[in-house]
Unconditional design. Sequence first.
Length: 277
Amino acid sequence: MNPLIQKYLRSEYAQGKRRTIFCPGCGNGIILGYFVRAIDELKHEGRFDDSKLYIVTGIGCSGNIPVPLKYNIVRALHGRALAVATGIKLVRPDAEVIAFVGDGDLLSIGGNHFIHTIRRNVGVKVILVNNMLYGMTGGQVAPTTPMDAITHTTPYGNPEPPLDACRLAITLGATYVARWTVALSRQCIESIKELLLHRGFGLLECLSQCPVYQGRYVIGIDRSSKIMDYYLKITVLGKEPMYGDKITIGKFVDYEKPTYEEIIWSMINRVSKGGES
């Protein structure tokens, strides 16, 4: 058994008494493995204190990624993961707050929270799991679904252009933005490490396979390994995000500026000392 399982997973999962809900070949389990490896490497390097780690999840399959972990985890309502994460970060500005969200959850009903969390530069780190449709609820069209794709709710093809989460984030002033596919393990792990150490809002989009619904509807491939090969064929390294027939992957933005929680707590301290009435 991998020693990281015993080290980071709750006993009922580490001992095999409970299993994750993920379908065979799902990318969510791979992302969980990458996350654990990133934390373990940072701890080994002496650069990360996981005792201050808080994890917030959205709904759907991606919301179950961190459930087996031994950390403080909050399950938020549909689309409200970043609102909850913001609250935690304001109360505990020294905490490291990570949100696991799906493309439908973050970019549809959660889109407004996504916009304002970025513009405020809240020090929340987002791992966006993008399988290009709603997976858990039956394969409905999502904001990231490619045009003309056949889904459960677009039987004649998707008439809407997909939303590029990375381009939107950069436009809004996000201070860390990257996109990789789960087929690229080392790049994903390194990006998660950078995300965890980053000061300010950060977004890592992971293109992830759903062999059940995405494979059946969007791509027409029902094998996980073949979908990962498909991602490698349609992605290209670049400095600017692009989301269409070809999808740009890489690290697009990485810089720092004052965070929302720093500004708020500076204001609180100033007022409490009588600087302003």
